[in-house]
Design a protein around this ligand. Structure first.
Ligand SMILES: [Zn+2]
Length: 239
C-alpha cells in the first residue's frame, strides 16, 4: 500500500507537469491572435488607401475628359466664327468662346490639384503597404517562435509520457483507473496531501474517521467533497 502510494505520488508529479505542458500547448497558439488582428487591421487600411487612390485617379480622368470636350467646343466655335454674318453674332460667339476658355482654365487648375491629390494618395498607400509588410514579418517571426516553443513542449511531453509508462505497471489497475478518472475531472490533480485536518485539494475539513483511514494507510481514501485521493505527509501537517 505504501509503495502503491509512493508510485502514485511520482505519477502525480509527472501528471502535474504534463497537465501544465498540455495547457501551454492549448494556449500558445492564442499568442498569435493579437498579431493576426494587427495584420488584418493593416490589410484593411491598405485596401482603404487603395480605394482612395482609385477614387482620385478616376476624378482626375473625368476632369480631363471634360476638358478635352470643352477644348473641342472652343475649336468648333472658332471655326464657326468666320461664317457668321453680323457683328452682333460675332461678338456673341466670341463671348461664348471666352466663357468656355475661362471654364477650361479653371478645369486645368482643378486637374493640377488632382495630380497633387493622386501623389498624396499614392504616398499614403505606399506607407500603409510598408506597415503591412512589417506586421506580416512580425507575424511570421511570431509563428516561428511559437512553432519552436510548441515543438520543445511536444518533446518534453513525449519524455514525461515515457517516464509515466514505466511507472504504470507498479499501480494495481483498479487504483490506476480511480486515479486517472480523478485526474481528468480535477484538472490534473488526483492525489493530495492532508493539510492537518483538511483536504489539500479543495481545503474542506474532513471528518476524523476519514483522517484516521488516511493514517491507517490500508486502502486508498478519497475526499468526500472533491474525490481526490488523500495521503499523509508530515511536511504538510503539524502533529
Ligand atoms: Zn477535497
Amino acid at each position: 500500500m505504501a509503495e502503491q502510494l509512493e508510485t502514485l505520488k511520482r505519477l502525480q508529479t509527472l501528471d502535474s507537469e504534463l497537465f501544465e505542458l498540455r495547457r501551454q500547448q492549448d494556449e500558445k497558439p492564442r499568442e498569435l491572435e493579437q498579431v493576426e488582428a494587427d495584420a488584418a487591421a493593416q490589410e484593411a487600411r491598405v485596401k482603404e488607401a487603395d480605394a482612395k487612390l482609385k477614387t482620385v485617379q478616376l476624378a482626375q480622368r473625368e476632369k480631363e475628359v471634360e476638358l478635352q470636350g470643352k477644348e473641342g467646343s472652343v475649336k468648333k466655335l472658332q471655326g464657326q466664327l468666320f461664317q457668321v454674318k453680323t457683328n452682333k453674332e460675332y461678338s456673341a460667339m466670341q463671348h461664348e468662346i471666352e466663357a468656355l476658355k475661362a471654364d477650361n482654365s479653371l478645369l486645368e487648375e482643378a486637374i493640377l490639384k488632382e495630380f497633387d491629390a493622386i501623389e498624396a494618395a499614392a504616398k499614403e498607400r505606399q506607407a500603409q503597404q510598408r506597415r503591412l509588410a512589417e506586421v506580416q514579418e512580425r507575424l511570421t517571426q511570431e509563428r516561428q517562435r511559437i512553432e519552436g516553443e510548441l515543438s520543445a513542449i511536444g518533446e518534453q511531453v513525449a519524455r514525461l509520457e515515457r517516464q509515466r509508462q514505466t511507472l504504470l505497471p507498479d499501480v494495481p489497475p483498479k487504483a490506476l483507473s480511480l486515479y486517472e478518472r480523478i485526474l481528468r475531472i480535477r484538472e490534473g490533480i488526483a492525489l493530495v496531501p492532508l493539510l492537518n485536518d483538511a483536504c489539500g485539494g479543495c481545503h474542506r475539513r474532513l471528518p476524523p474517521q476519514v483522517i484516521n483511514l488516511v493514517h491507517l494507510n490500508t486502502d486508498l481514501v478519497t475526499c468526500e467533497a472533491c474525490n481526490r485521493i488523500l495521503y499523509f505527509d508530515a511536511t504538510h501537517s503539524k502533529l
